[in-house]
Design a binder for this molecule. Sequence first.
Ligand SMILES: Nc1ncnc2c1ncn2[C@@H]1O[C@H](COP(=O)(O)OP(=O)(O)OP(=O)(O)O)[C@@H](O)[C@H]1O
Length: 361
Amino acid sequence: MTTISHGVGESPRPESSAVPGLLVGTAAATTPGVRVRDLTVVYRTPLGELPALGGVSLTIEPGTITGIVGESGSGKSTLALSLLNAVQPPGRIAGGSVEIDGLGDVVDLAGDRLRRARGRHLGYVFQAAQNSLNPLKTIGKQLLDLGRSHDVDDLPALVRDAKSLLERMGLDGARVLDSHQHELSGGMRQRVGIMLALVLNARLVILDEPTTALDMITQATILRIVREIHQERGLTTLMVTHDMGVAAEVTDRLAVMYGGRVVEHGPTMEVLGSPRHPYTRGLIQAIPRLSGDITQSRALPGRPPTLGTVPKRGCVFQERCPLRMEVCETVEPPSVIENGRTVACHAAEAARPAERRKEHA
Ligand SMILES: Nc1ncnc2c1ncn2[C@@H]1O[C@H](COP(=O)(O)OP(=O)(O)OP(=O)(O)O)[C@@H](O)[C@H]1O
């Protein structure tokens, strides 16, 4: 689980001069796309610095909801944090870039520029969002602090927007704003987190397991609202989830992660309907809800690697792969892009008709 400060509870800051390259006072005019290139993130461990992301490249198209799925430890949260340049020690971004339209390479952002980008340009809810509220202040007070720290001129409008978002998520907006976090249930706090991610009108919204703390009915309501608000406001949304059912319901595109790599990426229905990577197939087969019959679900054999056990050579999935070939032990499979789908698998590549392989050689 990963926690970062939500920006809530930060002391209000005095007016500061405009920050070059950032839109202050208004939301970004266009829906941003994101281009992650060769991103490497390492964590310091007793065995030295080990990569949690080993050269991830991923393009997030403007206006889409992209889901990031994969088992625990595959690097989903680390990737989400990297989009905010918010990887905390003992982790660090060791290489690569994260280009966000309107912001540039966020890996190069620091200090005030970075703080302002978060919230105003990049909205986010992290797994522990419900624990990152300030216990000493009401939600309303924290909302005002957030608005002031981002130089929002019209604070009454911010409060109105917050109330309306909370009401859409089935809460009594005025009551919630008057409450302290201990007066709210886990599910209510999670919805407060989502409201705070959206209220500054950020156009790129990153949701890390936004519905984990919620019961099924509340989860369905929240997902519907995330989808509606995404469309109404013209957002680009990245959603990290363990739950392939959630991914199937909400996302337009799906990126599947394993051992700190994106092993498959493409339109959600295509990835789920005709998965090309054996890991994606394994994930899908392990889900009773998608395969329809609970007796047909088969758990993926073996366990995902930890930082210390990711293979140093060859394919990261080789140890659990039913299609493993000799080459998989020595050569990391390149990401092959075809018709809007990306797959990094020697076996999938070998199965493609020879003439199409030649075209992409
Ligand atoms: N602070 C840290 N120190 C050391 N290793 C870390 C730290 N945070 C994450 N890791 C390791 O980095 C790898 C990727 O972790 P990450 O949390 O990004 O995965 P995840 O897919 O989001 O997992 P989960 O679904 O359990 O949150 C894992 O092997 C994890 O143990």
